[in-house]
Design a protein around this ligand. Structure first.
Ligand code: ADP
Ligand code: ADP
Ligand code: ZN
Ligand code: ZN
Length: 777
């Protein structure tokens, strides 16, 4: 038996049944680069992440924290019979854990530590100064942070002009724009009234001292408020606490958990770099130390390619600069040399972040682990795919297994082993079609992957459409763009190309509703459709409102007196109160990241038993939320308002998603396609400009074809589509290409070529040209 043989070179998975997987067995060799392929929703991630990675993680939890066994039981082990030969696993994809605002390229890669060490040990100190500990060079420690701005680098101020944009209004008419809306704002107004201020006089007629107090006081007086009778509602007197507009804005900006509220508060703030540290976030003592004539803040602002060129000033420094250089090398190799250490992590794309983590792993010295990655080619120009393969190869030769979920054909070709899951999505997938060397996939007729990998069908020749007008943007001076003007053709399909960091997003970000001169500008990005398990596909698209009406109209609901609200999981009444309608409860494991477990009361159904008694055509509301889009389309065929939404979701290839699938479980690409579908379901009157950032992320070439039909359909209907894209099969089918570059960061930021794909493919300077030329029919 190979089963318990430690020398058995395979990871052997028996009876994989997670999500849609059909209980198959599969053997994957260790110490190879294995690529998992298949159309969206076929089950690749359920196998690579949901089964293999999850099982490795479960074993790890058990070994480090035996006490956590009960909790692990609650969280649930992956549905799999047995896995043998499984090494510990590291995942570089972190969908749920968004980076905090204090993290930066330097902290993600640990390069900041190396640089601090250099300054601590080998920096030039002012005469008489004591040597500083490396912590003293970190703005995130008490000893290093600038005391003025507490290490934020920015000072935030409010001003009367911002807080009260229209001084001709009275407080009652809303002079204080910065106040919260609705009840809370009215409450503050009533308190001012009770404090004896005239809330009916125009703001500018109030005495200066009074205006200053109202806006800026730090006092929080408490008074008894006698509310005026409002819309027949009689309210009791209550104790109200005053808070000045300044205090409210600062508090909301620094403490609120709601991104929308924080963004609103930010509108009433001016931020200026901190005078004391000039935005560097560090104490003066740390900034007095230099290396090669520059402060640590200056070095942290350099692109990594330049930082790597740092010369040693002494023998002691040489070891440290060599270390720094060798750590930077893989980051540059993965096409990220344009980043600087001080770049805040939240401004990075998920693709950039994953590649940074990947580069960092090369120095971790780990071996004997399996790395599980999700589409590391996302955001990567074809010119850099080669380097990606080299880096993956290096992880492997240091003695690890590398398991990658990928759609990029060149990455598939570079694999030692290919696991193809399919043949289609959801219940039509979930089987292993092939597990073996890449070339052998050619014989698997059922496989959609085989058709693209070996079929080599170039994009069909098509007449290039003519622009119906031009949209001029610029001159744009932002990030690495310096006075760039661009002309985007209207009424056609445009692809914006260029290596990572060349300025594509920056340029496209300048297109605004006003500049576009079209009826509507719709930007379809990859930001999550919601950050809690409360939002899902059904709530986001609005189809759930209709579904709730359908349930409220059933005889069962009428007999029980249940209205539409009863079928909501967001308000008390119909929902399960244990989990407050989330279906999940958060489980805190000591020392480990918190995780979710199904609610012990409703088992994930989200509703209380009373609500679940009501059925429509034999299904209760929880069972409806559990339907895939595809089955729901059949189930609701006779309810046009629901059927329309579902049809749009099917059109963008999302038939395999379940209606109630929490927003937190969706990938960026899925979120983007849901947004696109909600756009498609709207009446499309007037000229709309659709802006999409790498819409093919997470899509199998077969799904890309489906998406392209939709997008080209929009253009045929008279709209404009602009995509930022690396997939040459998409670029080759565009009517117009704008190529930025030639490099990333300071080596880019120019328009290198613009025109129909055929012309751009002939450009001498464009790094995109050779790849485009190869793809053109
Ligand atoms: P792929 O990675 O090939 O795109 P997935 O493994 O993500 O596919 O999904 C396979 C199937 O499992 C789909 O039908 C999907 O809706 C379903 N699925 C994915 N995640 C979950 C989940 N957390 N719970 C239930 N079903 C899921
Ligand atoms: P692309 O979309 O082509 O990958 P970007 O427009 O994102 O390129 O980036 C162009 C340049 O601008 C890069 O040097 C990048 O580091 C810089 N940049 C992008 N976003 C920010 C930001 N939020 N803060 C600072 N620099 C940025
Ligand atoms: Zn400061
Ligand atoms: Zn519950």
């Amino acid at each position: 038996m190979h089963d318990r043989d430690p020398h058995d070179p395979f990871v052997r998975v028996r009876g994989a049944r997670e999500h849609n997987l059909r209980g198959f067995d599969v053997d994957i060799p260790r110490d190879v680069l294995a690529v998992f392929t298949g159309v969206s929703g076929s089950g690749k991630s359920s196998l690579a992440f949901g089964t293999i990675y999850a099982e490795a993680q479960r074993r790890y939890f058990e070994s480090v924290a035996p006490y956590a066994r009960r909790l692990i039981h609650q969280v649930g082990a992956p549905k799999v019979g047995e896995i043998t030969g499984l090494p510990p696993a590291v995942s570089l994809q972190q969908r749920r854990a968004a980076p905090t605002s204090r993290s930066s390229v330097g902290t993600v890669t640990n390069l900041s530590n190396s640089l601090r060490m250099l300054f601590s040990r080998a920096g030039t100190y002012p005469p008489g100064a004591e040597r500083l500990d490396s912590d003293a060079f970190s703005p995130n420690t008490a000893v290093g942070a600038c005391p003025e701005c507490h290490g934020l680098g920015q000072m935030h101020r409010t001003s009367e002009d911002l807080l009260v944009p229209d001084p001709s209004l009275s407080v009652r008419d809303g002079a204080i724009a910065a106040w919260p809306g609705a009840w809370q704002g009215k409450n503050l107004r009533d308190i001012l009234d009770a404090l004896g201020h005239d809330v009916d006089r125009p703001w500018r007629e109030l005495p200066a001292g009074e205006r200053k107090w109202i806006l800026f006081t730090d006092e929080q007086p408490v008074v008894t408020v006698h509310p005026v009778r409002d819309a027949d509602r009689i309210q009791r007197p209550y104790q109200g606490t005053y808070m000045s507009a300044h205090r409210y804005v600062m508090k909301t900006f620094s403490d609120s958990r709601s991104p929308a509220l924080r963004a609103k508060a930010e509108r009433f703030l001016t931020s200026a770099p901190c005078q004391a540290c000039r935005g560097s976030r560090l104490r003066p003592e740390a900034l007095a130390v230099t290396f090669g004539g520059r402060t640590i803040a200056e070095l942290a602002a350099l692109p990594l390619v330049e930082l790597a060129g740092l010369d040693a000033t002494s023998e002691a420094a040489r070891v440290l600069t060599d270390d720094l250089r060798s750590r930077i090398a893989p980051v540059v190799e993965l096409g990220l040399g344009y980043l600087s250490l001080d770049r805040p992590a939240p401004t990075l794309s998920p693709g950039e972040l994953q590649r940074l983590r990947l580069a960092t792993q090369l120095r971790s010295g780990l071996f004997g682990v399996v790395y599980v990655l999700d589409e590391p080619s996302a955001g990567l120009h074809p010119a850099d795919t080669e380097a990606l393969l080299t880096v993956l190869e290096r992880l492997k030769t240091s003695g690890n297994s590398v398991f990658v979920v990928e759609h990029h054909l060149d990455v598939m070709r570079g694999a030692d082993w290919l696991v193809d899951v399919g043949p289609a999505a959801g219940e039509h997938g979930g089987r292993v079609l092939h597990s073996g060397p890449v070339a052998e996939l050619a014989d698997v007729e059922e496989s959609a992957t085989a058709r693209y990998l070996f079929g080599g069908s170039p994009a069909p020749a098509r007449d290039v459409r003519e622009a119906t007008g031009w949209l001029k943007t610029g001159p744009v001076t932002r990030h690495n763009l310096r006075g760039v003007t661009a002309e985007f053709p209207l009424g056609v399909f445009t692809a914006v190309t260029g290596v990572s960091g060349s300025g594509k997003s920056t340029l496209v970000g300048e297109i605004t509703q006003d500049s576009a001169g079209v009826g509507r500008l719709v930007s379809v990005d990859q930001k999550p459709i919601g950050r809690t398990p409360r939002s899902n596909l059904a709530t986001y698209t609005g189809l759930f409102d209709v579904v709730r009406k359908v349930f409220a109209a059933t005889d069962g609901a009428r007999e029980r007196g249940f209205g539409v609200g009863r079928f909501s999981f967001n308000v008390a009444g119909g929902r399960c109160e244990t989990c407050q309608g989330e279906g999940f409860v958060s489980v805190e494991l000591l020392f480990l990241p918190s995780t979710y477990a199904p609610c012990p009361d409703c088992g994930g159904a989200r509703y209380n038993p009373g609500t679940l008694e009501v059925t429509y055509q034999g299904r209760n509301i929880a069972q409806v939320l559990d339907l895939t889009v595809e089955s729901a389309a059949e189930f609701f065929a006779d309810t046009p308002a629901v059927a329309r939404s579902l049809a749009s979701l099917l059109d963008v290839g999302l038939g395999y998603l379940r209606l109630g699938q929490p927003a937190t479980e969706l990938s960026g690409g899925e979120a983007q396609r849901i947004k696109l579908a909600s756009e498609l379901q709207r009446g499309r009157r007037g000229h709309t400009l659709y802006l999409l950032d790498e819409p093919t992320t997470g899509l199998h070439p077969a799904d890309v074809d489906v998406l392209m039909r939709q997008l080209h359909g929009l253009v045929d209907a008279g709209h404009t589509v602009i995509v930022v894209e690396h997939d040459m099969s998409v670029v080759a089918r565009a009517d117009w290409v704008i190529d930025l570059g030639p490099g990333g960061g300071d080596a880019g930021g120019r328009i290198v070529a613009a025109g129909p794909p055929r012309d751009v493919a002939r450009s001498q300077e464009s790094r995109t040209a050779p790849y485009l030329a190869r793809t053109l029919p």
